[in-house]
Design a protein around this ligand. Sequence first.
Ligand code: HEM
Length: 422
Amino acid sequence: MGATVEIEGVRELLDGEPEAIQAPERIWDRLLAEAPVYREGDRIVLSRYEDVRAAMQDGDVNYGKNMSQTAYLQRFLKTLSPSDADDFWEFFNFRSVWMVSTTGEEHARLRRLAHRAFTPRRIAQMDAAIRGFTDELIEPLLDGDVANFMDVAYRLPLMVIVEMLGCPPEDRELIHTWSRAIGAQQDRADVVTLRAAATAVREFRRYVHDAVAVQRQGDIGERDLVAALLEAHDGEQLTEEELAGMFVMLLFAGHETTTNLIAIGLVELLRRPEQWQLLCADPTLIPGAVEELLRFVSPVQWTKRRCILEHEVGGVVIEPDTMVVLANAAANRDPAAFAEPGRLDVRRPDSRRHLALGFGAKFCLGASLARMEGAMVFETLVERFPDIRLAGGDLRFVGSSALRTLQELPVVLGTDRRPISG
Ligand code: HEM
């Protein structure tokens, strides 16, 4: 069965080695075709749509989320010096209070609390702010011919999430540095990223502690997420550690994920001028295009679970404490789920079935915010720079395997430029 086949490059891809993250599609396609349940050392990779969706929907029967207990990370822990082991626990203990790392009742409670801050009304209120930020970021591009679009794709989601959390705009860069160090760790057995992530956790936690103290003295702002989370309802409240965890998780979950949708999504559209032209001719196609880009790009390439109960998938036995990689980037390219999956089609009727935002109890909490940000950027570009094109040259991916991102995105804005209409 699949687990006995050897596929070169899987370890390098999962470990985020710089060359391996440049073109992961090749590996995802090989896994789907040759070994859809693949054993890589202490890890198992699931790539079929049905298997990934079933694991996401598991309901805490076979899977948990406590990654520090997986055989993969326990083996890494044994190699660490005492001070690095302290960093290991600093990082993983902090992450264990993040909603995304919890299961069962604990998860349900944190999700209920987070929903209070993420109501549809609150997200709808962000509409004007997102439009304002998008225009603010795009305006300076009018001065030149070639622009690095990463400046927009990177900054917009950061501005949005920092605004939602009620932090001062001048703290954006600091917050971003921490969130990047934490994001780079991503369960890697790598001591350099671990140390940086543990330092970021310490500083970030102190920052939240101070922000909470200020918040407790001041007014509860309407759009302020920290304030909303601090309010007690029906006896439910977050501890300060949980609040810090929620805060960091939201910053992290809401930032580079959305950057990738915008930046890599734009690259894929501009590589196919006929698809871009479809959007220029009919901007009402944009919400559907965002779904297709989520499927095609898979801004978060994979998520993971810890196996807690021995079970079998596709004839392969998965033992307790195995780290199981749910490769939604592969699942979104599964020909059993999508016709001609390697083709980007902004009019694809069923792209919304993608697993790019997860599935089941842990379905992305920020899905509507991310969709709104993506649609807003593409609408603005179609309206203001219909001639935009890639400036050429190789595009280089950096970051981790699950969350690879572009270093730079040079674009030529073209001669057809239109002022802000509204
Ligand atoms: C295009 C952008 C985004 C993508 C691709 C994305 C992807 C995902 C995925 C795949 C999951 C499921 C993780 C799992 O099953 O282990 C998830 C969960 C989550 N996302 Fe997103 N996300 C995006 C944007 C956002 C934004 C903007 C926010 C918040 C501001 C956010 C907050 C969350 C949270 C809190 C969870 C955990 C939900 C839970 O555990 O119940 N995400 N996201």
